[in-house]
Design a protein around this ligand. Structure first.
Ligand SMILES: NC(=O)c1ccc[n+]([C@@H]2O[C@H](COP(=O)([O-])OP(=O)(O)OC[C@H]3O[C@@H](n4cnc5c(N)ncnc54)[C@H](OP(=O)(O)O)[C@@H]3O)[C@@H](O)[C@H]2O)c1
Length: 287
């Protein structure tokens, strides 16, 4: 199977490269090699490589910055996806695209189904939703996986920020009224490879199992990091309300995704987020 991965140096792109299954002829492009906002370049690269499937791991992911950079967020997350979809259509390639829990407003308080009506609360979510719609319009047979709270040993993310703050400070506050599912990018990458092998199409949800607030997640990060010797002393972690930690973008208060359909199709559920957190921290320690 000939596969092209875009955004190959991001958290997910990096994990996709680490767990390439046998029988895949892989080409990877980072943002410098293939800027997906450049439609002409996307056409040229895709027609030259003629992949069977494009896995799009490229995205503008700066949720707060997006509020002041709407044009850039739309250029990457909407127009970039449209370029990939058009180029894929021209060579008959499939597209697997990754989207986000932020397409929902988080006011439901029950896990979101793939068919629930999206209602983003910020520019990032709007741009990702616009990308989903562009893709399905141009490539109805594409697959979209929405995921959430992604972290990896590679790149910047909540886990690494918490480890830094816990090492630097005696005390920190973490939001306790936003609920979601922390997701290790390595597990997500494996799910995407399975999706590619089974040639599934449509919209799916994938995260690790279980739910947590950012506060719960931070406490777990500290416990595991102390146990592994990554941290040497305990910081006091205080639960905060969202209103005590204002951010430019409003986050969904409840962004748990219902994964039942994909878990049934794969015949296996993702592991609990805490198990994957332990694996990622063990890896980080060795790095
Ligand atoms: N991170 C999360 O918590 C989270 C949650 C839900 C969904 N998602 C989705 O999951 C997917 C993967 O996210 P991630 O965590 O791996 O993000 P990431 O680490 O920020 O990686 C995104 C990659 O896209 C590249 N990129 C940005 N603009 C580009 C462009 N114009 N052309 C080509 N590449 C470009 C970036 O390169 P540069 O660094 O060089 O700009 C970066 O390597 C994204 O679709 C994201 O929306 C992520």
């Amino acid at each position: 199977m000939k596969i092209l991965i875009t955004g190959a140096d991001g958290q997910l792109g990096w994990e996709l490269r680490r767990v390439v299954p046998g029988g895949v002829e892989l080409t990877t492009c980072n943002s410098a090699e293939l800027d997906i906002t450049n439609g002409g370049l996307v056409d040229e690269v895709v027609s030259r490589l003629s992949p069977e499937i494009i896995i799009n791991a490229a995205a503008y992911t700066a949720v707060d910055k997006a509020e002041n950079e709407a044009e850039r967020a739309m250029a990457v997350n909407r127009d970039g996806v449209a370029h990939l979809a058009a180029a894929a259509g021209a060579v008959g390639a499939g597209v697997i695209h990754v989207s986000t829990d932020f397409v929902f407003d988080g006011c439901h308080y029950r896990p979101y189904l793939p068919e629930d009506t999206p209602h983003p609360t910020g520019i990032y979510g709007e741009s990702k939703l616009a990308g989903e719609r562009m893709l399905l319009e141009k490539c109805p047979d594409a697959a979209i996986i929405r995921t959430a709270w992604v972290y990896s040993a590679h790149g910047n993310n909540f886990v690494k920020t918490m480890l830094r703050l816990m090492a630097e400070r005696d005390e920190l506050g973490v939001v306790a009224d936003q609920i979601g599912s922390p997701t290790w990018a390595a597990g997500l990458a494996q799910a995407l490879w399975q999706l590619a092998a089974e040639k599934l199409t449509g919209i799916y949800h994938w995260t690790d199992a279980g739910v947590a607030s950012w506060y719960d997640f931070a406490c777990a990060i500290q416990e595991e990091a102390l146990r592994l010797g990554i941290l040497r002393r305990e910081a006091v972690i205080r639960p905060l309300r969202s209103e005590d930690y204002p951010t430019l973008a409003r986050r969904p208060p409840y962004s748990v995704l219902d994964k039942t359909i994909l878990w049934e199709k794969f015949g296996v559920a993702a592991p609990h987020w805490r198990l994957n957190l332990k694996k990622m921290l063990a890896e980080l320690k060795n790095v």
